[in-house]
Design a protein around this ligand. Structure first.
Ligand SMILES: [Zn+2]
Length: 217
């Protein structure tokens, strides 16, 4: 808690339960890789809906990140943002990495150095197809494997979508009130009582729950 004028504002302490946070993050990374595999399988089966699939999975990976922050007691918005960047990147770049290993063989699994050129290859040669007119994309303007001028815009836009939700969720969730004394996230409840009963209620309850704080309106 910090005092500013007459109001008291909650400020996140920036602390993290490092062992729990790292453990949960490892699990979250594994789940993000699983979502990357979902993207890859969708792509191979022609079910990769441009923008829509990354959007949907980005919300899922953001939920995984949110759980990591809660379970890892992460009160650092900076770490929340870093986790979001990590999970979004693992999912979207992992999707290309799985594609590279799928096409080139499992012996390339550690060759992350080849990933940028593989992404460039994919971005400039992937062909979009209109699902209402199957085959239209591959027989249209892109049949000559001309560089797709929208390829890079599509890549960066999809990448931003994959980062956007986990980063925002991470930042917001890590700033939620946390009681450093109890070592727990704070919850908020609202109840209505008859007028004038407030002070008596606080007196009564503060004997049982000294740490509890009240906002009386
Ligand atoms: Zn407490």
């Amino acid at each position: 808690m910090a005092t500013e004028g007459t109001h008291r504002f909650y400020r996140p302490s920036g602390r993290v339960e490092i062992a729990r946070f790292v453990g949960c993050s490892a699990l979250a990374v594994a789940l993000a890789l699983l979502l990357a595999a979902v993207m890859h399988v969708s792509f191979v089966n022609g079910q990769y809906f441009v923008f829509l699939l990354p959007l949907f999975l980005s919300i899922l990976v953001a939920g995984i990140g949110k759980w990591t922050i809660v379970a890892g007691h992460c009160r650092s918005p900076l770490w929340g943002v870093a986790l979001g960047l990590l999970l979004g990147s693992v999912m979207y770049l992992g999707y290309y990495h799985i594609g590279m290993v799928h096409e080139s063989g499992v012996q390339y699994v550690h060759r992350l150095d080849l990933l940028p050129s593989y992404i460039e290859f994919r971005v400039t040669t992937d062909v979009m197809e209109d699902h209402s007119r199957p085959g239209a994309g591959s027989t249209g303007q892109n049949s000559g494997r001309q560089p797709d001028v929208f390829g890079w815009s599509r890549f960066w836009l999809e990448y931003s979508i994959c980062l956007g939700f986990p980063v925002c969720f991470g930042f917001v969730r890590a700033r939620r009130p946390y009681c450093e004394r109890c070592g727990a996230w704070q919850t908020q409840r609202q109840a209505y009582f008859p007028e004038g009963i407030g002070p008596a209620l606080v007196r009564f309850d503060s004997r049982a729950q000294p740490a509890r704080s009240y906002g009386l309106v």
